[in-house]
Design a protein around this ligand. Structure first.
Ligand code: G6Q
Length: 547
């Protein structure tokens, strides 16, 4: 039986492991991490896994051996193994769009074979990678010249959603490895300010635009792309300049050439690559231009090592499976509505924003694969900021607020910018925060400090707030690939348990359709009466004030 045909699946809440977890939760939810640690001196290593250069400490979770056993049983009963195999073998597990889900093929070595609709897709992946590499080498070396024979100094990626968040995140994350005499900017918002600020100090003769759009029809991207063309042509005057200053990343050759970009300067990908899973496809062209083909391939190797780990490691030692199951545990049994992602590395400043799309667009679904309304919680809200900045703003709520917020601390043992004792101080904060969240500060401890009785309640920390700590030796292209793959497959694990389709995004459509209609209504001067009384009034107020 194929687990991708979900019609035959037992509803989640009817699974024996789910029922057992519900009963188990009643027993365990009042247990405090202080006691769990006191009663098991080896807990800190018992609930930890090291694989592929990633150390995951999940001991500061409100779990016991029994919890873990039941969660792993839930993974088995949910058919996770078969579903992983279905993804890796190119089955069309994105059933609502009738597509395979094969971002794993983007990082498969040449020797592998992955067949979709009778065709091995791996050679095509490597052919595009080779073309990207040749192009990147020419731009980076100064051999690729603009229309007026000047080398390219500025690279602007125009894209949105999956065609922007990955490239921005990866550029920021790997800035240390980037070619410093090239300027990289990213334009996504249809707000003209985004384009204006990205270009105001640039010379069109030295600027290359990458128009990144899977469909090449996305309103924001095409509006920005047209503005870019106008901006370039204003200075360069001749239509022929477009071929030197614009390249495209897309699956839609017809639209690319209609826009005026030579398809020889187009880098393709495939319908089996979802937008939010595409940073390692040609959508990563800006990343490759920044860090070079070799580093890009190292990043792909990092992704691939976690793919193989996810596919082959036993679930009890499987990093993404463990992370995914723990997310389900809190979302469904503790009612935790959010997860905080707290990278202690400035280079990962866009990582939480990237993860927001990856996790929430994937698992923000309320119907199962068979179309039934779920009767349990699905994808939690992901959010976060790099440490230690967050500590001086929202951590108060994580420590002493009324919400339970499982948190992921991510740290590196070696810094890329050694500066005095900065790095030890940074890492001291990772360990201190996770410790404080788990163990808190008791009334006795606060009293022993001589705190007056009236102040005591304010100074007590309940603790018992769960977290993962993820430690990696150093931020490199390879380890970045590993981290992203870790979360991709954690999302997959969650989606499998919840029996939802993590790979479509119908929820994005309605707003797009309505915006198109209203866009037309904003053009004329007449009063609008076709909507509800609130929307009509807002549109008419805007039109009047706009003048
Ligand atoms: C991602 C989504 C979405 C998509 C953007 C851009 O999974 O599908 O964020 O990436 O809407 O789409 P285009 O690449 O087609 O412009």
């Amino acid at each position: 039986m194929s687990t991708s045909s979900a019609a035959t699946q037992t509803p989640l809440t009817q699974l024996p492991a789910w029922k057992a977890l519900a009963t188990h939760y009643e027993k365990i939810h009042t247990e405090h991490l202080r006691d769990l640690f006191k009663n098991d001196p080896k807990r800190g290593t018992r609930f930890a896994v090291e694989a592929e250069g990633i150390y995951l400490d999940y001991s500061k979770h409100r779990i016991t051996e029994e919890t873990l056993k039941l969660l792993l049983q839930l993974a088995e009963e949910s058919g996770l193994k078969a579903r992983i195999d279905a993804m890796f073998s190119g089955e069309k597990i994105n059933t609502t769009e009738k597509r395979a889900v094969l971002h794993v093929a983007l990082r498969a070595p040449k020797s592998e074979k992955i067949v979709v609709d009778g065709e091995d897709v791996v050679p095509g992946v490597h052919e595009v990678l080779d073309r990207m590499s040749a192009f990147a080498d020419r731009v980076r070396s100064g051999e690729w010249l603009g229309y007026t024979d000047k080398p390219i100094k500025n690279i602007i990626n125009i894209g949105i959603g999956g065609s922007d968040l990955g490239p921005v995140m990866a550029y920021e994350a790997l800035r240390h490895y980037s070619q410093r005499d090239l300027v990289f900017r990213f334009v996504s918002n249809i707000d003209g300010t985004d384009f204006a600020e990205a270009t105001h100090d640039l010379d069109p003769e030295e600027t290359l635009f990458i128009i990144s759009s899977k469909t090449f029809t996305t309103l924001e991207t095409m509006t920005n792309a047209h503005s870019a063309r106008t901006w370039a042509l204003k200075a360069l005057k001749h239509q022929a300049a477009i071929a030197k200053h614009f390249v495209a990343v897309s699956t839609n050759a017809a639209e690319v050439s209609k826009f005026g970009i030579d398809t020889a300067n187009m880098f393709g990908f495939w319908d089996w690559v979802g937008g939010r899973y595409s940073m390692d496809s040609a959508i990563g062209l800006s990343t490759m231009l920044a860090v070079g083909p070799d580093n890009f391939r190292k990043m792909l190797a990092g992704f691939h090592s976690i793919d193989e780990h996810f596919r082959t490691a036993p679930f009890e030692k499987n990093l993404p499976v463990l992370l995914g199951l723990l997310t389900v545990w809190y979302a469904d049994f503790f009612g935790a509505q959010t997860v905080a992602v707290l990278p202690y590395d400035q280079y990962l400043k866009r990582f939480p924003a990237y993860l927001q799309q990856l996790t929430m667009e994937s698992n923000g679904k309320h119907v199962t694969l068979s179309g039934d309304h779920v009767n349990y919680e699905t994808g939690p809200i992901f959010w976060g900021e790099p440490g230690t900045n967050g500590q001086h703003s929202f951590y108060q709520l994580i420590h002493q607020g009324t919400h339970l917020i499982p948190s992921d601390f991510i740290g590196f043992s070696k810094t890329l910018n050694k500066l005095g004792d900065h790095h030890d101080l940074l890492m001291a904060n990772v360990f201190a925060q996770a410790e404080a969240l788990a163990f808190g500060k008791t009334a006795e401890e606060v009293k022993a400090e001589g705190t007056p009785a009236w102040l005591m309640p304010h100074r007590v920390f309940e603790g018992n707030r769960p977290s993962n700590t993820i430690l990696v030796e150093k931020l490199t292209p390879e380890t970045l690939g590993k981290l992203v793959a870790l979360y991709e497959h954690s999302v997959f694990t969650q989606g499998t348990i919840w029996q939802i389709n993590s790979f479509d995004q119908w929820g994005v459509e309605l707003g797009k359709v309505l915006a198109k209609k209203i866009g037309g209504e904003l053009e004329g001067a007449g009063e609008i009466t076709t909507h509800d009384s609130s929307t009509n009034t807002l549109i008419n107020f805007y039109k009047k004030q706009r003048g």
